[in-house]
Structure formats: structure tokens, C-alpha cells
Design a protein around this ligand. Structure first.
Ligand code: ADP
Ligand code: ZN
Ligand code: ZN
Length: 696
């Protein structure tokens, strides 16, 4: 029996009970002084030798709920094993928090409320939004999805109608099997309401209210429980959600869609560091459910895995389905590169870009300008003595937020009022250095202060980023203002680049994307390319509007590296060319997807202590079976080495064989636990293993 209290890998706990419970039954069990939620993992009759052991008696069994199925338990067990966590930790993360608090009777009542939602049989008609007549590309993709086992990589441009393919694949499934369930995942909570509306419109008329439920961390605990129960009971036919939804209990799961499969948000970055995309593929195979991964810029892992056979190479395990055409949208925007080396030094927005934005304003069109840095300025500095706004607790600068005149650390949250004068020398002239979205918004406001809109009114500039959207509902109302045409120039972080279906934006500009070209993280160019492609996809989404305006869509990029291959591929909207050149480099350097990685990380009071633990761990790994197949790199500090007064170090572990890496990690786990009790482990506050890390 398993309790979700954090404990070592494989930590099943045994209890005694009066009757045999089915595996998967939810139970309440005593643990120390508390009572916690557990899942029965197995049970057997008491044997004679058990008499000497004192088992604690089991608490209540929540057997008003059907036990969690074997497939679900296998998924949890696989995730625990693969990501080096305890079963309990994964199971706890997978179950809705309220299951811990309610009695069996209360749960039964909730379940009844779910079950009594009007469930209509397929065919019993209600009005549902009609499916679009599919394009040839869509029809072809749907035919192959129907005919082949998959997994599928649906490689479709922004606006090619991928969502329509998901909708029709789900519709075909539900029409065919009366009980089947589908799971549809998106990377961000922000994108769920839009998707939910489309799915409800399409399916609720036919299958009844309650057929479509959402599952994400933005929901209240009662809402989450309700969705979870509906999925578990099978009354929810379609579950829409973020990465956590991959663990939803769905007894009749037959189709899994992972939209924007390349998105880094599918990788959980704390606690159990699982990849919901990779687990979706595993789960699909285990349960015989079809899996569709969709993207305009697939991850290089999925792209490589979907390569067609060639020569001796049998090809990848995924089937690639291409949808290159945009439906109802204009041609992809023309990409214009502005060579910032030819601009006066310290230019923020080049004259040509400002002119282009000005022309859009004059025609009543919208522009979107993005910069991946929020706040007013990344640093505040004293020109006299060189003081800078460092965070006292982190190896990072605090960001100047002008709106509330604070210095805020984006790593530990430490916030102070901006000092009136330099804290080191008293100079009253401390100045912002560099630029964030707040300052860009202000700058644009000044530049367009004397410009008028076609009706003579002033230009309206708005900003959307994590700061502007902190309040509940703020994002929705800000997005609504953009959709309603109440904004001429929208400034923001990558938050505005994803998914939103803006109809009147005809110009998108990336102000300063160069940082990612030379990052120490080998995935930075891949992320930049997909972000820029996605941003470009925000412009010119409505062909009819472009035609009526007599305008074309443009994507502007300000860069010092106009001849960089990444930008050259971007200009041609040529993801395959970009992917091939990146993959060639990765292959030559022996990096993923041609190698498999894990990070061992240690946090300690001092950098020496953190590294000493990692080095001792590496030495101990020498003795493990198969160690020579797994390379271990030297321990290094993290890029931001200290956060909240904790020093952080990591060690990269790599192998050409995933199985060899997994074998080593499994043997290493108990060794690492043991190391904590040695002198090298004493100074360590915590350590963790990140399998298939996305950020190096
Ligand atoms: P993607 O998910 O690939 O970005 P969507 O599925 O959101 O694309 O489709 C983009 C737009 O085109 C949407 O407004 C959608 O309703 C419309 N659309 C998709 N498929 C068709 C079709 N076959 N006929 C007409 N319009 C379509
Ligand atoms: Zn000073
Ligand atoms: Zn800090």
C-alpha cells in the first residue's frame, strides 16, 4: 500500500485490514500522527510470519469510488521509475487535492452529482456547431490518423487548421465508440478557455453538458475534483487540460492530443520533473490510445522521431503528417531583418520599424512589439561609484519596476522601494540601464505622443506581461481590449506570442532577440526559432481583413546578426531547414536527440559543499554496473548560481543509450540517499535528479 508522503523510491507501506481491497482502491491510512490519502497497490492474506510484525490498521476505504485502473497505476509507476521519484509523490501530484479531505459519503454525493449531469447518447441530437468542411490536407491527415496506429506528429503551420483536425479526430472517435474518452492537452492555462469554448460548441449539443471538462492548476479545488470525478467515472468524454491532465484517470481513454507539443511548459520544472508530452506517448502505447502531437515548430526530438525511412535508416517511430497551407489566413508574413549594427548606438527602435508601425496606425491596423524582459529596466546603476541593484540574496540584479518604484528580484522575490540616492555613495543620480517591457511601453508612448489615429484621437499603447496580468481576470480583459480594436500597439513578453487569434494585427516586431543566439543552453536557438515563428503567426491571421485593408502582414526583427542561419531559415518560414541544420550540429556534438541526459543538482550553503556532493556522487557511480556507458561531466555552478542565499551546482550525466542511462540512475538513487549521511553530503540542503532536462 502506498501513501503519498514523500519518501524514498519504492516506498510501499503495509497495513492490516479486515477485508481484501482491490488494487487501485483509494484509502485513508495513518502515517505518524496524521491520516493521509493512499492508493492500494496490492494486497494479500496475512501469512504466519506476519504475526510478529505489527501492522497499523488501515483507515477508511473510499470504495464508493471505482478503484484506479491498472493502466493508471502503470503510468504512475512508470513515471516514478523513469523520473526517479517516489510512487507516492507522483500519485499525490496526479490526484486532486480534495480527495484528501472528503469522506467516502461526501465523495459518493459529488460523484452522483457528476453522474446525473444530463448525458445524452451519441445520435440524440442537440444543436452543435458544425464542423468545417475539411481542406484536402486536413482530410488526408484525418484519413491517416484513422488508418494507422501512430503516434502522429501533425506538422502544420500556424492557422493551418490543426485544431480543426483535433476536433474532427475526436468527433470520429466518439461517433465510433459510445464510451470512448479523449484527452486534449495545451501548454498554458491561458489557452484553455479558448479551446474549451471550441470543444463545448462542437460537442455539448450532441453529448450533453458535462461531456467536456477542463483540468488545470488555475481551477479551484472543488472544480478540479468535479472534473477529475467526471473523467474517472467516464461521464466526461473529453478532458482538456495542461500538463497535469496527463495523469487524469480515464478508464476509456482512446485518443490523446498534445497541442504545441514543442512547448517547454510540458516539462514540469519543480518537484517531480516529468514531461507530460513524453508520458502522453507512453500512456498512449500502454492503453492502445492514439496519440497526436501537433506543432508548427516541433521539438527536435519529435521531428527526429518522425523522420521518414531512408537508406539503412528505418526512420522514426512517429508518423509525420504535414499541413503546410494556412486556411483563411493571408500568406505568412514577410520577415524583415533590421541590421542594428547600422543604427546609431543605443537605438532601441529603429527608424524604419517606427515608420512601419506609424503607417499601420494611420490605417487603423494593430501592431505587436515584443521583448522578453519584463519590468522597466533590468538594472539600476550609479554612474559615480559603479553600484548596481544586485539582489543581496541571489547572484542576479534586481529589476527596476517604475510603476510602483520598486526593485524586485525575479528569482527570490526580494522587493524594496527604490532608494532616493545611491546606497553606496549618496549620488542622487542613479539611472536605469537596459530596457524591459514597461520602459518600452513608455518609450513608444513618447514617440507616438504627437501622432494621431485616423479619427484624430491619440494613439493607444498597451502592455501585457506577467506584471500587467497579476490580478484575476486581468489577462482576459486586456486580451478583450486588443480583440475589440481598443489598442493600436501592444507591447509584451512571449505571453502574447502564443496561440491568440488576433484578427487585426498586421505587424509583429521582435525588438532584441539576439541573446538566445549565444546562450550556453544548447536548446536556446530552438526555443527562439519557435517563438519567432509563433509570433509571426500572430500577424495577418485574417486574409479577408488584409485584402480589405489592401495591406500585407510583416514580421520585423532587430538584430546584430542578419546573416545568422536561424534568421535566414525564419525569413523563408522554413522550419525543416532550421531543424536539419540544428540536428546536424546536435549529431556532430553528440547531443539530444542523439544522446540522453540527466542532471544531478545539489543545493547547499556554499558552492564548495554543493560541488563536493556532486563529485562524491560521481566517484561513487564509477563502481555501478554499466557506469562506463554513461559520461559524467564536471560539477558546475548553475547560470544563476545563488538564489535566496542557496548555492546551486549541477552535473550533467549523458549516454548514447537511454536504457544505460536509466540503469545507472536507478542504481545511483540509493547511493545518493546514502551519501547524504557522509561528510560530503552533510552540507547539502537538497538534491534532485532531472531526467531529460529542458534547461541546461
Ligand atoms: P491552427 O490550430 O493550426 O493554428 P486552427 O484550427 O485554429 O489552426 O484554424 C485557424 C482558423 O481557420 C480558425 O479560425 C478555423 O476555424 C479556421 N479553419 C480551420 N479549418 C478550416 C476549414 N477546413 N475550412 C474553413 N476554415 C477553417
Ligand atoms: Zn554610487
Ligand atoms: Zn533574489
Amino acid at each position: 500500500m502506498q501513501t503519498p508522503a514523500h519518501a524514498a523510491l519504492g516506498d510501499l507501506l503495509s497495513y492490516s485490514g479486515e477485508r481484501t481491497l482491490l488494487a487501485g482502491t483509494l484509502v485513508r491510512v495513518p502515517l505518524g500522527k496524521r491520516e493521509v490519502l493512499g492508493v492500494v497497490w496490492g494486497s494479500r492474506p496475512m501469512a504466519e510470519e506476519d504475526a510478529a510484525l505489527e501492522f497499523k490498521p488501515l483507515g477508511t476505504a473510499l470504495d464508493t469510488l471505482a478503484p484506479l485502473g491498472e493502466a493508471w497505476r502503470d503510468l504512475v509507476a512508470f513515471a516514478a521509475r523513469y523520473y526517479q521519484r517516489s510512487l507516492g509523490e507522483i500519485a499525490l501530484a496526479a490526484l486532486p487535492p480534495q480527495l484528501r479531505d472528503l469522506s467516502g459519503v461526501q465523495l459518493a454525493r459529488r460523484l452522483k452529482r457528476q453522474g446525473s449531469a444530463p448525458v445524452v447518447d451519441a445520435g440524440a441530437a442537440g444543436p452543435s456547431a458544425a464542423a468545417a468542411a475539411t481542406s484536402d490536407e486536413q482530410a488526408d491527415a484525418l484519413r491517416r490518423i484513422d488508418a494507422e496506429p501512430g503516434p502522429f506528429l501533425l506538422f502544420g503551420s500556424t492557422g493551418s487548421g490543426k485544431t480543426e483536425v483535433y476536433l474532427q479526430a475526436v468527433a470520429a472517435l466518439l461517433a465510433r465508440s459510445p464510451a470512448a474518452q479523449a484527452l486534449v492537452m495545451v501548454p498554458e492555462i491561458n489557452l484553455t478557455p479558448q479551446l474549451e469554448a471550441r470543444f463545448r460548441a462542437r460537442f455539448e449539443g450532441r453529448f450533453g453538458a458535462g461531456a467536456v471538462v477542463s483540468l488545470h492548476s488555475g481551477m479551484t479545488n472543488p472544480q478540479r475534483l468535479a472534473s477529475w470525478l467526471a473523467a474517472h467515472a467516464g461521464t466526461a468524454r473529453i478532458v482538456l487540460g495542461t500538463r497535469m491532465a496527463v495523469f487524469a484517470s480515464m478508464p476509456a481513454l482512446a485518443l490523446i492530443v498534445v497541442d504545441e507539443e514543442h512547448d517547454p511548459s510540458y516539462k514540469q520544472q519543480e518537484g517531480a520533473r516529468y514531461s507530460a508530452r513524453d508520458l502522453a506517448v507512453w500512456r498512449g502505447r500502454r492503453e492502445g490510445a492514439k496519440v497526436i502531437l501537433g506543432s508548427a515548430t516541433p521539438s527536435l526530438e519529435s521531428w527526429h522521431q518522425s523522420r521518414p525511412p531512408e537508406g539503412d535508416d528505418p526512420g522514426g517511430r512517429y508518423l509525420r503528417l504535414a499541413m503546410p497551407s494556412r486556411i483563411g489566413a493571408g500568406a505568412l508574413p514577410a520577415v524583415r531583418l533590421v541590421d542594428m549594427r547600422l543604427q546609431p548606438s543605443k537605438t532601441v527602435l529603429s527608424g524604419v520599424l517606427l515608420d512601419a508601425i506609424g503607417q499601420r496606425i494611420a490605417r487603423g491596423e494593430q501592431s505587436m512589439v515584443f521583448l522578453n524582459r519584463r519590468g522597466y529596466a533590468p538594472v539600476l546603476a550609479c554612474g559615480d561609484c559603479g553600484w548596481k541593484s544586485e539582489c543581496p540574496h541571489c547572484s542576479a540584479f534586481r529589476v527596476f519596476h517604475k510603476i510602483d518604484r520598486t526593485l524586485r528580484c525575479h528569482h527570490c522575490g526580494f522587493t524594496e522601494r527604490v532608494p532616493r540616492a545611491c546606497p553606496a555613495c549618496g549620488n542622487p543620480d542613479i539611472a536605469p540601464v537596459g530596457r524591459g517591457t514597461e520602459r518600452l511601453e513608455e518609450h513608444l508612448g513618447e514617440l507616438f505622443a504627437s501622432v494621431q489615429r485616423p479619427d484624430g484621437s491619440p494613439v493607444r499603447i498597451a502592455r501585457i506581461d506577467a506584471d500587467s496580468t497579476r490580478k484575476q481576470g486581468a489577462l482576459e480583459s486586456q486580451l478583450a481590449a486588443v480583440h475589440a480594436g481598443e489598442v493600436d500597439v501592444l507591447v509584451g513578453t512571449q505571453m502574447i506570442a502564443k496561440g491568440h487569434d488576433f484578427r487585426r494585427i498586421t505587424l509583429v516586431a521582435a525588438v532584441n532577440p539576439d541573446g538566445a543566439l549565444f546562450s550556453s543552453d544548447f536548446r536556446a536557438p530552438e526555443r527562439l526559432f519557435s517563438l519567432l515563428m509563433q509570433s509571426a503567426g500572430r500577424a495577418g491571421r485574417d486574409a479577408a481583413y488584409l485584402a480589405a485593408q489592401g495591406t500585407t502582414a510583416e514580421m520585423w526583427i532587430q538584430t546584430q546578426h542578419t546573416d545568422h542561419p536561424l534568421f535566414i531559415a525564419l525569413r523563408r518560414h522554413d522550419y525543416p531547414a532550421f531543424a536539419e541544420s540544428e540536428l546536424a550540429q546536435r549529431r556532430a556534438a553528440g547531443m539530444p536527440p542523439f544522446a540522453f541526459q540527466a542532471l544531478l543538482r545539489a543545493d547547499a550553503r556554499t558552492q564548495e559543499a554543493a560541488q563536493a556532493f556532486l563529485n562524491a556522487a560521481s566517484a561513487a557511480a564509477d563502481a555501478l554496473e554499466g557506469a562506463q556507458q554513461v559520461a559524467r561531466y564536471p560539477a558546475v555552478p548553475l547560470a544563476i548560481q545563488r538564489v535566496a542565499n542557496v548555492e546551486r551546482a549541477q552535473m550533467l550525466v549523458e549516454s548514447a543509450s537511454r536504457a544505460a542511462l536509466q540503469r545507472l540512475l536507478a542504481q545511483w538513487q540509493p547511493v545518493l540517499h546514502g551519501l547524504r549521511r557522509t561528510p560530503e553530503g552533510k552540507g547539502v540542503i537538497r538534491w534532485l535528479v532531472d531526467v531529460d532536462p529542458q534547461q541546461i
